[in-house]
Design a protein around this ligand. Structure first.
Ligand code: VGL
Ligand code: ZN
Length: 203
């Protein structure tokens, strides 16, 4: 299907218990990404997993604000932030990877969102859009020039990772059948349109 090169990397975004069936922020049909990811992963020499990894008082949690509910928004110093149910608390079961993934074959696991004051949807930059996670340097120092993205959720962490990949100078390819979205008020089609407009190849 695809010609995978030595200079390609697969980035598996946030396939963790809280985004799968029964999780605190379950993405509709989220578990369905596991099988295509396993298939894809065996073709790549470089595999990176990301892990949403929040302190229990994280500023993206609605529970931190009197009278706020999940999916409402607030203004934080870096911009508008969607509020979420408590999810992916560091060290907890919800933050663990889906048990059927082959995480042991990944060379790199990048954790993000670990500072209380700032969220990080993207695998490359925190939500202020300037604080790096270190992934760009890791990939570039390994001569990676193209990334394939999959995982959860298409319209949040996968989306921001894909556009930041392009911004950081990588070619980016979204593997649609290995992604699922949350789709908050049309966010899924908006994310797909924006990715296309910014040069992300949608497969
Ligand atoms: C995500 C919302 C909050 C994601 C992470 O992985 O897409 N979405 N934290
Ligand atoms: Zn999160």
């Amino acid at each position: 299907m695809m010609d995978i090169r030595q200079t390609d990397a697969l980035i598996v975004i946030d396939v963790q218990n809280d985004f799968c069936a029964g999780g605190a922020l379950a993405v509709p049909d989220g578990d369905a990404v596991v099988r295509p990811i396993l298939e894809l992963q065996s073709k790549f020499n470089t595999v990176v997993y990301t892990q949403d990894w929040h302190p229990s008082d994280h500023s993206s949690f609605a529970s931190q604000y009197e009278g706020k509910n999940p999916l409402e928004t607030i203004e934080l110093p870096y911009g508008t932030q969607v509020l979420w149910p408590d999810h992916c608390v560091s060290g907890g079961h919800g933050a663990e990877f889906h048990k059927d993934l082959d995480v042991n074959a990944a060379q790199m696991i990048i954790r993000k969102g670990f500072r209380s004051a700032i969220d990080s949807y993207s695998a490359f930059f925190e939500n202020d859009q300037v604080t790096p996670t270190g992934l760009e340097g890791y990939l570039k120092s390994r001569n990676i020039d193209r990334v394939f993205l999959c995982g959860l959720a298409t319209d949040f962490c996968v989306y921001y990772s894909a556009i930041d990949a392009v911004k950081s100078g990588f070619q980016a390819v979204l593997i649609s059948d290995a992604c699922r979205g949350i789709d908050l008020g049309g966010s899924l089609s908006a994310a797909l349109e924006d990715m296309k407009a910014k040069g992300v190849e949608i497969k």
